[in-house]
Ligand binder design. Structure first.
Ligand code: EPU
Length: 345
């Protein structure tokens, strides 16, 4: 009989493993530190026909109060490697369990450009491609070289190209049926010592003005300050960052909204027919900014961020979110969808 490496814990509170601090119990909870342990955890689940949920830092997930009647696998695979060529280009490979912002801090510390705009995003490296994390004009897909995955149906490793990952706005193959059997093991990033400043996003432009000599460390510092002002501290309240996606709408819908409100509505061009509207702007106009109902509220500096002040339930949060979704649809005819992964089984 093969040696069992992994440790199976039972009835573990998912609230303690998610930044929203909500959700019931995981029937089984296995933290895996190597591919061998991961394979064992998968085989344990498959033999017993338990569904698997792969958890990173728990910063973008809401489990229901019923928890997860199956196996939660917490990815704790660690390791980072650097390969820099004589032209100053570097390939950085990081394992899925690495803390995202520690990787950003380290690459910035080494003078490498590429990840700086994604500073301070909570979560792990493994979650970054799944969610195609993005901030301040950059999405992680812009700097990914490849993603190594384990296919849980065949038990084989694959290296996926950026095209194969089918990245979209907070979206990737991993969130769809075709990629649901894949578990991210390692991610390779293309970084460089040559500056590639991305300072066009409003907040950064306002911070640096027309300066053209900004260093990679200064970009990180700026983003840390901007985020400190906008986002609540994870140490103080429960949150998963933006709770909804910014809606993409037809240009005609945007025009209707402007004439209905008799005011210019901010938007970003998506393609010739569509624009993306910052939902935070709509929520502020609808009076949600800083609004609290029981244990849940919309953050005072960024209404797209839903906050759990403590003592609430996942059910209450879902009700709160539904109330917002309903009001936005009624008042603007725009259908909004959660950005946070809501997990039930
Ligand atoms: N706005 C308001 N009122 C506010 C805040 C914002 O009207 O209180 C309007 C302003 O017009 C502002 C615009 O909304 O210019 C955009 O706001 P912000 O720059 O804060 O960004 P966001 O669109 O609300 C997105 C991402 C964030 C990311 C920021 C910064 C999504 C769902 N969210 O938010 O990502 O940090 O841009 O790039 O795309 C996350 O995914 O969890 C997340 C936090």
């Amino acid at each position: 009989m093969s040696k069992l490496f992994m440790q199976v814990q039972e009835n573990i509170s998912l609230a303690e493993h998610t930044t929203l601090r909500l959700g019931g119990l995981a029937r089984f909870f296995i933290s895996v530190h190597s591919v061998e342990e991961l394979r064992e955890a998968i085989s344990f689940a498959q033999k017993n026909e338990y569904p698997i949920y792969v958890l990173g830092g728990g910063s973008n997930v809401l489990f229901s109060d019923m928890g997860w009647n199956g196996v939660v696998i917490q990815m704790s695979l660690l390791g980072r490697s650097y390969d820099e060529d004589s032209r100053g280009d570097a390939q950085v490979v990081a394992c899925a369990g690495e803390i995202w912002d520690q990787l950003v801090e380290e690459t910035v510390g080494q003078g490498l450009w590429g990840l700086e705009n994604l500073s301070r995003i909570p979560g792990t490296v493994g979650a970054a491609p799944v969610q195609n994390i993005g901030a301040y004009g950059v999405e992680v897909k812009d700097v990914i070289d490849w993603v190594e995955v384990l296919d849980t149906t065949t038990n084989r490793l694959h290296v996926l190209s950026v095209t194969e990952c089918a990245f979209g706005y907070r979206d990737s193959i991993f969130k769809h049926k075709e990629g649901s059997a894949y578990i991210v093991l390692r991610v390779a990033f293309r970084l460089s010592t040559h500056p590639s400043r991305r300072l066009e996003y409003k907040d950064l432009y306002e911070y640096f003005g027309t300066r053209t000599d900004v260093s990679v460390k200064e970009v990180r510092e700026a983003i840390n300050k901007i985020r400190d002002n906008k986002f609540p501290s994870l140490a103080k309240v429960g949150t998963a960052g933006s709770f909804f996606k910014n809606p993409t709408v037809r240009k005609s819908v945007h025009k209707e909204l402007e004439s209905w409100l008799d005011a210019p509505v901010p938007c970003y061009i998506v393609d010739t027919d569509h624009v993306k509207i910052p939902l935070a702007w709509i929520l502020e106009r609808l009076g949600w900014k800083g609004k609290r109902l029981g244990a849940m509220g919309c953050w005072e500096n960024q209404p797209l961020v839903i906050v759990h002040y403590g003592g609430g339930t996942a059910g209450e949060l879902i009700l709160f979110a539904r109330t917002i979704m309903k009001e936005v649809q009624e008042k603007t005819s725009i259908k909004i969808v959660p950005e946070v992964n809501i997990v039930t089984n």
